[in-house]
Design a protein around this ligand. Structure first.
Ligand SMILES: C[S@@+](CC[C@H](N)C(=O)[O-])C[C@H]1O[C@@H](n2cnc3c(N)ncnc32)[C@H](O)[C@@H]1O
Length: 283
């Protein structure tokens, strides 16, 4: 992939991708994953249909908000590790979700103000709130692209307007591959993205699983899939690990998100959750 022109790289501050025209319609009649995730995280960007489904799932699985928080805390620890220990200064966050506390660019730019971040999501509500993700440092850059994980070539073309793909990138796929049901399709997308990244890039994945509590995890999946969009697929740790395609998995491998390099190892109260994650390094 050719490096973007020097002028684009010299650009300072938020860089927005041109939004689609016309803007995609926000459907408030069907629960949407981005909005229900925001609800469980304590945000404000959701509708009655999302809250109703959020509570129906919480009734089946009272710890659901802990899973969402464990995923976000994992995101923050993984970004911190990539910036401080691996020298990564660029991030491509696909399935970014609605803005919340400690978005990828906030974690990265606190440690490296020149960090550059491209967010991608395919949800109309995320697009509508994307401006809140474009608030980075003057030294760095943030951009938003309305695109689908299943269209990796478009994602790469959009990302290349803000990121230098000849330098390492942290590819963040948190909670998003679960919304592509077909293994072949998800592998094609991930492989295409990884294939365009420079040596020293990293892949960060989190994914809901049924490894710990299969009965309840499947009840939650079925309740969501009865009405919610997009449809959810659970994958076990081996299928999640397969997404890394033989790239070296950093210790401790694919584990419950809450147990991936916790800030206070051995602290009481760190509970494993049925949301697994891992970080891999491209040679
Ligand atoms: C569970 S949320 C995770 C949000 C954030 N990455 C996090 O970990 O907190 C999943 C996000 O993926 C987005 N998403 C689902 N399917 C997608 C697809 N095929 N392409 C792009 N984004 C998608 C949803 O709109 C939602 O914002």
């Amino acid at each position: 992939m050719a490096a973007p022109d020097a002028a684009a790289h010299a650009r300072r501050g938020p860089v927005a991708d041109p939004p689609p025209d016309p803007a995609p319609r926000i459907d408030t009649t069907v629960p949407h994953n981005a909005r229900i995730w925001n609800y469980w995280l304590g945000g404000t960007d959701h509708h009655p249909v999302d809250r109703e489904m959020g509570e129906r799932i919480r009734a089946l699985f009272p710890e659901i908000a802990d899973n969402a928080r464990a995923d976000r805390d994992f995101l923050a620890r993984a970004v911190r590790h990539l910036v401080t220990a691996c020298g990564v200064r660029q991030f491509l966050d696909v399935g970014a979700g609605l803005p919340t506390r400690d978005n990828t660019h906030e974690v990265a730019q606190r440690l490296a103000p020149d960090a550059r971040v491209v967010y991608v999501d395919n949800d109309a509500s995320v697009l509508a709130h994307a401006r809140a993700l474009l608030t980075g440092t003057a030294e760095g850059a943030t951009a938003y692209l309305h695109a689908d994980l299943r269209d990796p070539d478009r994602i790469l073309a959009g990302a290349a307007r803000t990121l230098d793909l000849d330098r390492p990138v942290g590819l963040m796929l948190l909670g998003v591959t679960a919304f592509v049901d077909d293994d072949a399709e998800v592998h094609r997308a991930v492989d295409t993205l990884l294939g365009a990244l420079a040596p020293g890039s990293h892949l960060v994945v989190s994914h809901p699983t049924d490894a710990l509590d299969p009965v309840r995890a499947r009840e939650v999946r079925d309740a969501w899939n009865a009405r919610g969009t997009p449809k959810l697929t659970l994958r076990g740790p081996d299928r999640i690990a397969a997404l890394f395609r033989g790239n070296r998995l950093l210790d401790p491998g694919v584990v419950s998100c809450s147990l991936w390099r916790p800030d206070h190892p051995g602290a009481t109260g760190v509970r494993p959750v049925d949301e697994y994650g891992g970080v891999g390094r491209l040679p």
